[in-house]
Design a protein around this ligand. Structure first.
Ligand code: DP6
Length: 345
């Protein structure tokens, strides 16, 4: 049995739309900060029949997604010449994340699942690289690839020049570790109700928006500006590009057919108020929203006290206080000898 723990991440440059949906090959690169909280723990053990157990009752579709993920994992591993020992597995999930509130629960879950499969493979003295494990995570949820590593992580298309759509043509790469820039994410959730349209649906519909082609044209510039902002620890630059990208994603979602409206009046009120507050107090704080009404307030150490006060003052909102974190880890393997064999992509 292998047990892995992982956390969500918050994207500054957002993944929206695929060029190959079965394999979750994103249409453009993205970039996020891995969070240190809330955690998800996943244990995987060999079993005769595939099953998934969690506190939350899972729908047939959800179980099907984990099953398909195992099939794709086997497919990718076979391509590398590797094989999981058992035919099937039992997955046990303990999540501390409220589902479907724009807090990337699927990212935390599938990064933990991928890390646990990698630990099972390691029993055969085969050590997958983090980039390879990120591919396993991506096959379950695109953004999960980025939670494999800590700090600031890009999900990048490889082989641009060849324009290939191979199963391994997008991997996560760490831009900088958590120690590089101690940023916080104070998460303000106006509602804990499950959202109606998941991001998987959003990815499918992205191309129906008249603004999507322009979004794809802007993505390489935004990705580079975001990488530069992080490497230079330039908060103003990060704020400009992250807010531009978040608003653009929601413009695309709202103008797709059917229209996906993730943001609510509460979201808009919170963003308007944080803009006023940061002007007044010269705060290094930015806002961003994933596929839900939740507002992520990213800020520096100097700003965090004021941002927390602001977040807790929001009526009827649930607040999570998080910080840049160190990515998915294995619990059971901590005391094992290092494996012999390193493999490359
Ligand atoms: C808006 O990774 O959740 O959060 O691959 O279908 O699970 P699936 O999609 P997912 O999409 C994330 C969308 C986003 C932006 C981001 O995190 O990059």
């Amino acid at each position: 049995m292998a047990t892995a723990v992982s956390t969500p991440n918050i994207a500054f440059i957002k993944y929206w739309g695929n060029r190959h949906s079965d394999w979750r090959l994103p249409a453009a690169d993205s970039l996020s900060m891995t969070l240190d909280y809330p955690t998800v723990e996943v244990s995987i053990e060999p079993a005769d029949v595939f099953s998934v157990h969690s506190e939350k009752e899972l729908s047939t579709n959800e179980i099907g997604r984990f099953k398909k993920h195992l099939e794709l994992t086997k497919k990718y591993l076979a391509q590398k010449g590797y094989k999981l020992k058992a035919k099937s597995y039992k997955l046990t999930i303990h999540s501390h994340i409220p589902p479907a509130i724009g807090l990337a629960s699927s990212a935390a879950v599938f990064s933990a699942v991928a890390k646990a499969y990698a630990a099972l493979i390691e029993e055969q003295d085969i050590r997958l690289t983090d980039e390879q494990i990120s591919i396993l995570a991506r096959l379950g949820s695109g953004s999960a690839a980025r939670s494999i590593m800590g700090g600031f992580v890009a999900l990048q298309t490889t082989n641009y020049s060849l324009q290939t759509d191979d199963i391994d043509s997008a991997i996560a790469i760490q831009i900088a570790p958590a120690s590089h820039w101690p940023l916080y994410d104070i998460v303000v959730c106006p509602s804990l109700k499950e959202k109606e349209h998941g991001s998987t649906e959003g990815h499918h519909l992205a191309h129906t928006s008249p603004h999507y082609a322009e979004r794809l044209r802007q993505m390489p510039r935004r990705q580079q500006e975001c990488i530069d902002a992080i490497l230079q620890r330039d908060f103003e630059k990060l704020q400009r590009v992250a807010e531009e990208d978040a608003l653009d994603l929601h413009k695309v979602a709202e103008t797709s057919t059917p229209s996906l409206k993730y943001l609510t009046e509460d979201t808009h009120r919170i963003t308007r108020e944080i803009i006023k507050l940061r002007k007044r107090e010269h705060l290094a704080a930015l806002y961003t929203m994933d596929a839900g009404p939740t507002v992520h307030l990213i800020c520096t150490e100097d700003a965090v006290k004021t941002v927390k006060e602001f977040a807790h003052a929001q009526k009827d909102c649930t607040v999570f206080e998080t910080k840049v974190g160190s990515g998915a880890t294995i619990l059971t393997d901590r005391h094992r000898d290092p494996p012999q064999q390193e493999v490359s992509l």
